[in-house]
Design a protein around this ligand. Structure first.
Ligand code: HEM
Length: 535
């Protein structure tokens, strides 16, 4: 059952919010979309309520895309209409060419302000532009070799812990997500904030415990009121400051995480903020400290904006990367010939380099491993759908023509002011018109066999898994290197096979899509593997 519909909490508040929503929806009645699309499953929830609750992420959107084309009409909340877009030119237009004309919606802002504060992922417009200007250098290519040293050093600890766990268990099964998730948290702390959380050694960190609690509450205790709050925030962005104070289990857990992360950020950033000699360096901590003391209004961030970046980077950089690593290990476990081919490439590299330390270029020089990473990101994009809305009426250009309701075939579609646009990264990543007739199948060779990939978007391998443009993933280079290093170390040290009766699926949650075991979705992200040690 929908988690939105499980709780009967605060019924009076639900009724008040529902009434408000009905009034707003009445005001907002507008002309019907020209686009074709599936019939609405319900007035209140529309398709927007269906998408995050389907058993496997992306299935509905792919079905609709096959039937109606790469831009289609859906029922949004409370009788409104919106669209799902997977056309490469349209996505390029919305995400990359006009990111500030297609901002994130009020639902993002209400959850963002409650959970993270006014950081990069929450803010729109000039606030976002200024934060991005300050923080862009933090994940630039010049940092890659510094990260490579740290990621390998911490990776050696990850391998040793996993080895011990596989030897402790008689069936050699290890729940790898337990460890890759902790690794991903530690390395964000080290790379961005010069701080070792130490969660891989089971250190109890209140901020991380509050984050885990907020994630768990989002998966299991989201109430109908949360849903109404999000819907009202979309239509009434001015009410956001009031809406974030509503009391539901999720919003309480979100505010708790934000408060704990703000005080953690204040203590970790204290030294760079007060000591001028620490205000150097291109990492996030150094840039934030320099910005705090800057007198240039284009570079100056408030203390609230500075403290919000810690929760933002931990949130943006952890489940995304550890989920991708989990899917990748599972794909290689279920495609043993590809695992062998990738291992041979990694062993050749380590054999050739001997005891010389490896740098970022060494990991980039692994063509098949890189193709496997791209194929994993293509098939399993953590941020499967990015919601946006049109700040003004516009016309969206298309790469592939669509047929409108009246039978007209067109390569551009008008959009009304305020209309919701769901950018379906997952549908784009599976388009046969871009990736070939085998788009639904695992085939890393597609990135090596010289075929033309009929698109020119994204940051890495023509994929949109990191989105694109001024709001695209700031940490993508770091994420790719982290995955390259963890996978190389895993291939060098273990042979892996899937655990019996544990089929891993892409399960959407409130924020992202995670690898979960079929029938055990309530346990969250899991990838159990049988590991055989090679050393
Ligand atoms: C495989 C791993 C990752 C994936 C698939 C991924 C994907 C994405 C996507 C799709 C967005 C755009 C979200 C939107 O527009 O709503 C995004 C934004 C962002 N990501 Fe990543 N990400 C990954 C890892 C990381 C890491 C490791 C970091 C930092 C350490 C990071 C930091 C950020 C930040 C700060 C933003 C917000 C950018 C902005 O709004 O200006 N991400 N990421």
């Amino acid at each position: 059952m929908s988690p939105y519909l499980t709780a009967a909490s605060t019924p009076i508040m639900s009724m008040v919010l529902l009434l408000l929503l009905a009034i707003v929806a009445y005001w907002m009645r507008s002309e019907k979309s020209l686009l074709r699309g599936p019939p609405s499953p319900s007035w209140l929830l529309g398709h927007e309520g269906q998408i995050p609750l389907q058993p496997t992420a992306g299935v509905l959107e792919s079905e609709w895309t096959k039937k109606y084309g790469t831009i289609l009409r859906i029922a949004s909340f409370a009788g409104q209409e919106g669209m799902i877009v997977s056309d490469p030119k349209a996505l390029q237009y919305v995400l990359s060419e006009k990111p500030y004309d297609f901002p994130r919606g009020g639902d993002n802002e209400v959850i963002g302000m409650a959970l993270l504060g006014p950081g990069l992922t929450t803010m729109n417009g000039t606030y976002h532009q200024r934060q991005r200007r300050v923080l862009n250098p933090s994940f630039s290519p010049s940092m890659a070799n510094t990260w490579a040293v740290m990621l390998q050093d911490h990776g050696a600890k990850l391998v040793e812990i996993i080895r011990v766990k596989s030897q402790e268990n008689t069936d050699s099964i290890v729940e790898v997500m337990d460890w890759t998730a902790k690794y991903a948290l530690d390395v964000v702390g080290l790379a961005a904030f010069r701080h070792d959380f130490g969660v891989i050694f089971q250190k109890k960190v209140p901020m991380i415990e509050a984050l885990v609690h907020a994630f768990a509450t989002a998966s299991t205790e989201m109430t109908f009121v949360d849903f109404l709050v999000a819907m009202i925030a979309i239509r009434f962005p001015r009410m956001i400051n009031t809406l974030i104070t509503v009391s539901t289990p999720f919003l309480r857990a979100a505010r708790k995480f934000k408060n704990v992360s703000q005080s953690t950020a204040a203590s970790i950033l204290h030294t760079p903020l007060v000591d001028p000699s620490e205000r150097t360096g291109k990492d996030v901590a150094g840039l934030l400290a320099a910005s705090y003391h800057s007198t240039d209004p284009d570079q100056k961030l408030s203390l609230d904006e500075i403290l919000a970046q810690m929760s933002t980077f931990v949130f943006a950089g952890q489940e995304t990367t550890s989920g991708t690593i989990g899917f990748l290990l599972y794909e290689l476990a279920t495609h043993p010939a590809d695992q062998e081919r990738a291992r041979a490439e990694v062993q050749e590299l380590y054999g050739r380099k001997g005891n010389t330390p490896l740098d970022a270029k060494d990991f980039e020089s692994l063509p098949f491993v890189t193709a496997v990473i791209k194929e994993t990101l293509r098939m399993h994009p953590s941020g499967h759908t990015l919601p946006r809305y049109a700040a003004a009426a516009d016309v969206i250009p298309l790469a592939f023509p669509v047929t409108l309701k009246d039978g007209t075939v067109t390569k551009s579609v008008p959009i009304k002011k305020g209309e919701r646009v769901l950018c379906s990264l997952i549908s784009y990543n599976y388009l046969p018109s871009v990736w070939g007739a085998d788009a639904d199948e695992w085939n890393p060779e597609r990135f090596l066999d010289g075929r033309e990939i009929n698109s020119n978007v994204g940051m890495f391998g023509k994929l949109l898994s990191f989105s694109a443009g001024a709001r695209g993933c700031l940490g993508w280079r770091f994420a790719v290197l982290e995955i390259q290093i963890v996978i190389s170390l895993m291939l060098k040290n273990f042979v892996f096979r899937p655990a019996p009766n544990a089929k891993v699926r892409m399960v959407p949650n409130q924020f992202l899509m995670i690898p979960a075991v079929e029938g055990q979705e309530d346990k969250g992200a899991q990838v159990p593997l049988i590991l055989e040690s090679l050393n």
